[in-house]
Design a protein around this ligand. Sequence first.
Ligand SMILES: *[C@@H]1O[C@H](CO)[C@@H](O)[C@H](O)[C@H]1NC(C)=O
Ligand SMILES: *[C@@H]1O[C@H](CO)[C@@H](O)[C@H](O)[C@H]1NC(C)=O
Ligand SMILES: *[C@@H]1O[C@H](CO)[C@@H](O)[C@H](O)[C@H]1NC(C)=O
Ligand SMILES: *[C@@H]1O[C@H](CO)[C@@H](O)[C@H](O)[C@H]1NC(C)=O
Length: 447
Amino acid sequence: MNSPLSCKNLRLFSNSVACKCLVLVGIALFYRALLLSYSPRNALNGSLLIRARHMSDSSSSLTDGIRADKFLEVPQIVWGLNNQKIAFARACLTARLMNRTLLMPSLSSSLFYKEVDKLRPIPFDKVFQFERFNSLCSGFVRISQFSDVRNRAHVFDLEKGSGRRWTVERDLEQLKHSARNESIDEFEVIRVIGKNPFLWHDHWPVEDYAKVFECMVVVDEISREADKVVMKIREAGEAERAKLESKTEIPGPIPFVAVHMRIEIDWMIHCKKLEQRKKVSEICSSKSEIMERVGNIPGLKTPTVLYLAVADTLLEAKEEDSSVLTGWRDGLIPFEKKKLGVKEEIYGKYSYLIQSAIDYEVCLRADIFVGNSFSTFSSLIVLERTQKARRLGFMSSCKDGENEWRSYAYNLAGESKGVPRRWMTNMTHSSLQAISYGSNAVSCSSG
Ligand SMILES: *[C@@H]1O[C@H](CO)[C@@H](O)[C@H](O)[C@H]1NC(C)=O
Ligand SMILES: *[C@@H]1O[C@H](CO)[C@@H](O)[C@H](O)[C@H]1NC(C)=O
Ligand SMILES: *[C@@H]1O[C@H](CO)[C@@H](O)[C@H](O)[C@H]1NC(C)=O
Ligand SMILES: *[C@@H]1O[C@H](CO)[C@@H](O)[C@H](O)[C@H]1NC(C)=O
C-alpha cells in the first residue's frame, strides 16, 4: 500500500450512490482515527493490566546511553506492514533524538479501508520480539512497556504541526527544542499528538532506519509459518523436478525465486496515475513484461521454482489469480498460495498484518527476489537483503555474477535487452524518501 490516501483503495466500493456515502463516512472516520488514534484512557487501563506481569526492568534510569526514565509516546501505527515498519522506525529515531525510550506503540492488524471503523490495534510484541529488539538495538534505540511509567499524569503533549508551512526544518527544530527545553524535558512522558508517524517528516538517513529494521525480528510463530511455506515451495519444486527428470541440470536444492507481483487492478490504476504525475513510464509492469524479465534473469538454472507473492487479497476476490500461473518460460515452475496449499491452512488463520509479515519473511528467504521499485513492500525486502549481502561482503551487485541475496526490479530495464535491473539499496541516502514512496533510480550497489 504505497499510497493509502489514494482513491484506488476506495474505488471498488464506489459504484453506487449509497456506496459513495459510505466512502465519505469512511474518509471522515479515517481522519478522525488519524487525529484521535491515541487514547490515553486505554493506554492507562492497558498499563495497569501489564503492570502485574512486568515488574522487572524499570529500576535503572539509564540503559546503554538511552534514558530509561524518560519516555516518548506516539499514536497508534496504521496501514500496511511496510508503512507500519517505517512508522515504527521513525518513532524510535524520534525518541532517540530526544534521548528517550519509546513506549511500545500499538500496530494495526487490519488495513483501514477494509474495516474503517476498526483499526484493530495489536501490540508490537505480538508481531516482533520485544526483548530481542532491545538487545539487538542496545545503545541505539530502546522501547519499553507502559508499566515502566511511574506517573501517568506527568505528560507533556507535543503537537506536531501540519500543512504547507510546517516544513521539515520546523519539525526538526520543534523536536530539538523539546529535547533542550528543560521545562519540557522534565516531563516523564512526551506524547506526540496528531498524525500517525508514517506521515511525520523524515530526518534520518537510510542507515539509521536499517539499524532499527535489523532489530525487528518477527515472533517465533510467524517465523515458523514462513519456514513452513518455504518448505512447501521447495517440496513442490522437488516434485516437479522428479517429473522432469531428464531436464535436470543441477544437483542440490532447487533454486527458489520470489516475485512480488503487483498487477491487481487497483494497483494498475494507481500506478498509471503515478506515471502521469511523475512523468515516468517505468512504474507499471504488465504480467507479460514481468514474465519476460524474470525469465531472462542471467544464470537462472532450470528447473527453478517461482513463488508468486501476489500483492493483495483484492486480486483473489476477483478470481484473476489462476492466470498468473500460466505463460512462464519453460523450466520455471510457478506457485502461488492456493496452488501451494497454504492459502487457508497457513495464511487464512491470520489477520492482514500477520499474513503480510509471513509473506515478507518468505520473500526474504528466497534465493533471488524480484519486485517493483515503486512498492514499499518490495523496497523493504531489498533493503533487508542488501544488509544480509553486505554482511557476507557483497557491497555491490553491478557486475554479473552470483552474489547471494540477489534482487531485481522487474519494472526497470536492465543492461541487456529483456532483463530486469539489478537492485540493491543505496545505504548512503540521507533520507528514506526513495524507499517509502518508490523510485526508479534504483542502484545496483549499496553505496
Ligand atoms: C478501564 O476500562 C474499564 C472497562 O473497560 C472502564 O470501565 C474504565 O472506565 C476504564 N478506566 C479508565 C481509567 O479508562
Ligand atoms: C542521554 O542522556 C544520558 C544521561 O543524561 C547521557 O549519559 C547519554 O549520553 C545521552 N545519550 C545520548 C544518545 O545523547
Ligand atoms: C520551554 O517550553 C515551554 C513550554 O512550551 C515554553 O513556555 C518556554 O518558553 C520554553 N522555554 C524556552 C527557553 O524556550
Ligand atoms: C548513492 O546515493 C548517494 C547519495 O544520494 C549518491 O551520491 C551515490 O552516487 C549513490 N550511489 C549509487 C551507486 O547509486
